[in-house]
Design a protein around this ligand. Structure first.
Ligand code: CDP
Ligand code: CDP
Length: 220
């Protein structure tokens, strides 16, 4: 059909969301949106203004100019005319405070419309659909997505994967905060298909998801 296809990929830290989503976007020729990068980018911008999660952020957030910069099939968040680098958004400082900022309703509110609107950006750019990864995509941003997946892996495997990337990042602490918050907590969306990435290679996860999409058996 000519319907714009939306694939939602949720899960905790280092379960394989980004590598799986990038691979799927290539294989299925879709636009790719990493909402974790959105929260990291906004955290980087807020920290640069000297803001802390305890502050009243309404005015600072309202003043931010959010645009999309399309890098081939990857849609990146451009704040006040600049896309921060990977090194900037994956720094120890951002790792340590991103979940605190992401728990603030005003911060989530400032990204809600922007993220919903990525479907229009994808259409305008001529894509047939998009794949969006995060914590609340199948539950809050696109609860009506045609395909919704929840990736999981045991904690030892996830910690080993992150360590292998040389990252200082307490993923267990972030997951705990992300699950415990009141607004848009990390949950397996109702009707989403759970995929265990622990025993599977990246290629096996991608193949598995493509097979599930092919059978049409991916929601409710
Ligand atoms: O790469 P990793 O899985 O470690 O994290 P990420 O996807 O880059 O997300 C960083 C942080 O952003 C998460 O720990 C959440 O606090 C927040 N986040 C969120 O609250 N909602 C989303 N849809 C995506 C990320
Ligand atoms: O985006 P998220 O934090 O959920 O995970 P990621 O950055 O895609 O993956 C974390 C690490 O696990 C990367 O180094 C991937 O190459 C690796 N990975 C893996 O070893 N096996 C998989 N099935 C998926 C990812």
């Amino acid at each position: 059909s000519s319907e714009f296809k939306i694939i939602a990929i949720d899960g905790g830290a280092a379960v394989g969301k980004s590598s799986t989503s990038k691979g799927l976007a290539e294989r299925l020729d879709l636009m790719h949106v990493d909402t974790g990068a959105h929260y990291r980018t906004i955290t980087f911008a807020l920290l640069a203004t000297g803001a802390s999660p305890e502050d009243d952020l309404q005015d600072t957030l309202a003043a931010l100019d959010l645009k999309t910069h399309l890098d081939r099939r990857t849609a990146r968040l451009c704040i006040d005319g600049r896309v921060p680098t990977e090194v900037e958004i994956r720094s120890p400082e951002v790792n340590a405070s991103v979940s605190k900022f992401a728990a603030i309703p005003a911060v989530r509110q400032s990204l809600f419309e922007y993220q919903r609107n990525q479907a229009n950006v994808g259409r305008e750019e001529g894509f047939r659909g998009l794949i969006m990864e995060g914590r609340d995509i199948g539950s809050i941003i696109f609860p009506d997505a045609q395909h919704r997946f929840f990736l999981e892996a045991d904690e030892a495997t996830r910690a080993a994967r992150r360590a292998k990337e040389g990252q200082t990042d307490s993923i267990a602490d972030r997951d705990k905060m992300d699950k415990a918050r009141k607004t848009a907590p990390l949950v397996c969306p109702e009707g989403a298909i759970r995929v265990d990435t622990g025993p599977r290679s990246l290629e096996e996860v991608i193949e598995h998801i493509i097979n599930l999409i092919g059978t049409g058996n991916t929601s409710d």
